[in-house]
Write a protein that binds this ligand. Sequence first.
Ligand code: FES
Ligand code: FES
Length: 204
Amino acid sequence: MAPPTSSAITLHVNGEKHTLPVDHRTTLLDALREQLDLTGTKKGCDQGQCGACTVLLDGRRAVSCLQLAVAAEGRAITTIEGVADGDRLHPVQQAFLDLDGFQCGYCTPGQICSALAVIEEHAAGWPSAATADVRPEAGVPELSAEEIRERMSGNLCRCGAYVSIVQAVARAAGAAGRSGAPSEPWQAGGLGEAGAPADGEAVA
Ligand code: FES
Ligand code: FES
């Protein structure tokens, strides 16, 4: 007998359990959007290159177009719909709003999900390709514009809102009081003028 090609699975999304039938080839992105009506997560390239579909899996970033829904069973999935606390925006969302970290907004859910994890990864001392001294004794590097651009480089913005995105991530990290976060980088003379890419320039 041929093995089954579909199953009923239970996904834990934004703190709620959802049991749904899925074809084993269904991506997590399609399950979220098409079956759970969580359309905040966007489909851009559908091949792992743009970051628009980024969600958090057990707190870590994942491009949901490259994850099979069946492989996400039992894991904590956070989408943009689960980031705010009721009507109160998360500090990352508020920073994007205050600093115009988006234009058309299409990439924004993925950018915000990435930013959430970037701030935690940085505070936990994870180095990036932009970290000059990766020895543990060097401590947490400052979350400079270069660090933010490198850590957010998996998320492309076609509108070229990169300057504001870098500023918003820095502000949110500062608001969270994270180790190594710049104090007030969004002010004049801060990240906006210190090495931020020009509009339309890639973050990476
Ligand atoms: S839609 Fe998943 S990375 Fe582009
Ligand atoms: S805000 Fe339009 S793609 Fe990023």
